[in-house]
Ligand binder design. Structure first.
Ligand code: HEM
Length: 500
């Protein structure tokens, strides 16, 4: 009897599995995809192939680096399906489709899965249910975005520049005190703390030293959050129950709970003080006051959203710039000359000097073309819809990879060669082929903030130090991707102080 019941249950499970996989595949049968061979791959979908391609590809362990270009070439189409067990993703590199998806935030929203994964971790709210980054795209997102946008306009950036310059001087001081000429150092952690201190000072008026204090609680909490989120994405099936993750989860909670308490107190003081500041926090407070349903906890979620979105991305980009510079002597020399010229006779840059750093602008853009910290984004259609010539069933996950578009040989000459001339003033760039900050209404709100910050920090570093490649034989940039794409081993350099 027991054996018969077990067999029945097993058969029911197998039939259920088969039907759910079969129905999903049938729903998308009109869209090209790679065949599933041998037969058992039918159930696993393209997972085994992805694992094989991942091992061969240098761009982190990401779907985009491993899968998109080879599959596009093999199927000879820009739009195709990838299947993983009972899940599937539509990948598109077709520019009109990319434009349609990114431009219409009411039909193509951020995915439910993204909110589920990023809003909280182990029961502790982080980016929140209504945070700007994770909100799928309702009235709440729209109203918040409209109120927050002005915080990133030129007028605000001009005010905020003083704190960026202040932090850049602290970085120089730290390096003078802590580096021995000729020793090999890793610039990556310092650039992480730099980006974090800039967001907290200029965005929220929080005066915490993260340059000197390598163990700052705020910095550690964000680090633990990104680390655990990366682990959660990587170990989707085991994260919730596998005891092996216990230590990381405990460390995350130990860092995040007091950090939330500290941020709540800071927010409450500002709310109570008839806020007269003009920073990101004052805009967040204004944005959250429009709805009775949003509480001070939502304000703390927004705080954390800006730390998450603004810290690692900018730190990774600055690190990538340093890596490309030490590997490309000619570009380094030309950029150094520009920086020295713009600085001549001054110890700090002014807002009006920034547009004169034209070659710096080209270099940053080219680095962000080859090594964008955010490799891709996903959207989900709220209803079944025509996308170009395809009928998309409701709630299809659509993946758009800026990395694949930015290294597509149809849009870029010698796409994998580092060449800042790609962004010379006479070069035309096709819309949607270059979007490290994404495009459309859900593109990065902090784009101008990040670029200004990178120009100030990098020019200051180049003005005061010479960076020498500590491992000239190693010419491959190894990256790793958890939430964002970053240099796997940091940026190892030897530093020499310049006389200036
Ligand atoms: C080099 C640095 C940066 C890069 C490469 C970057 C990239 C991006 C990208 C690609 C998106 C769109 C994500 C998606 O569509 O799924 C995004 C959104 C966002 N970014 Fe950035 N970002 C950077 C710096 C910043 C900074 C400094 C801040 C704030 C201080 C910031 C705040 C945000 C926010 C709040 C969103 C969500 C916007 C919305 O959905 O309305 N980012 N960023």
């Amino acid at each position: 009897m027991i054996i018969a019941t077990i067999i029945c249950l097993l058969l029911t499970f197998i039939i259920y599995l088969h039907l759910s996989v079969y129905n999903l595949r049938r729903k998308y049968a009109h869209i090209p995809s790679l065949p599933f061979r041998p037969f058992y791959l039918y159930y696993m979908g393209h997972l085994p192939l992805l694992s094989k391609l991942r091992k061969m590809n240098p761009v982190g362990a990401s779907l985009e680096g491993a899968f998109i270009q080879p599959v596009r070439k093999e199927l000879n189409t820009d739009t195709f399906m990838i299947f993983f067990n009972k899940r599937c993703i539509l990948v598109t590199q077709d520019l009109p489709k990319v434009s349609a998806v990114l431009s219409d935030h009411t039909m193509f929203k951020k995915t439910k899965n993204f909110r589920k994964n990023v809003s909280q971790l182990n029961g502790i709210s982080v980016a929140g249910q209504h945070g700007l980054l994770v909100e799928p795209g309702s009235h709440v997102w729209y109203t918040k975005r409209k109120i927050l946008d002005p915080a990133f306009h030129k007028k605000y950036l001009k005010i905020t520049m003083d704190s960026m310059v202040f932090v850049s001087n602290k970085v120089v001081e730290y390096m003078r005190d802590n580096t021995v000429e000729g020793d090999c150092i890793n610039m990556f952690p310092l650039l992480g703390r730099t980006a974090m201190e800039i967001v907290s000072r200029s965005g929220f008026n929080i005066d915490i030293d993260m340059i000197q204090d390598e163990d700052s609680q705020l910095y550690n909490a964000i680090q633990m959050w990104t680390k655990c989120m990366g682990l959660k994405f990587k170990h989707t099936f085991t994260w919730d129950w596998y005891p092996f993750h216990r230590k990381d989860k405990d460390e995350f909670a130990k860092a995040m709970i007091p950090t939330r308490r500290f941020l709540r107190q800071h927010a409450e003081e500002r709310i109570a003080s008839d806020d007269t500041e003009d920073d990101i926090l004052s805009h967040i407070i204004k944005a959250n006051s429009f709805s009775d349903q949003l509480t001070v906890e939502d304000t703390v979620d927004d705080f954390l959203t800006f730390f998450l979105a603004g810290m690692e991305t900018t730190a990774n980009s600055m690190s990538f710039v340093l890596w490309y510079l030490i590997k490309n002597e000619e570009v380094y020399t030309r950029l150094q000359e520009e920086v020295d010229e713009v600085y001549s006779g001054k110890s700090d840059l002014h807002f009006d000097d920034i547009p004169t750093l034209t070659y710096m602008d080209q270099v940053i853009k080219e680095v962000m073309r080859l090594s964008p910290p955010v490799l891709a984004t996903s959207r989900q259609n709220v209803e079944s819809v025509m996308l170009g010539d395809l009928i998309l069933p409701k709630e299809t996950i659509i993946r758009i990879s800026q990395w694949a578009l930015q290294t597509d040989p149809r849009h870029w000459e010698n796409p994998l060669v580092f060449n800042p001339e790609n962004f010379a003033s006479n070069k035309k760039i096709k819309p949607f082929t270059y979007m490290p900050f994404m495009a459309g209404p859900r593109s990065c709100i902090g784009r101008n903030f990040a670029v200004l910050e990178m120009k100030i920090i990098l020019s200051k570093l180049l003005r005061h130090f010479t960076f020498i490649d500590s491992d000239p034989e190693n010419t491959v940039l190894e990256t790793t991707t958890d939430i964002t794409c970053k240099p796997k081993h940091g940026v190892l350099v030897r530093v020499k102080e310049r006389a200036c």
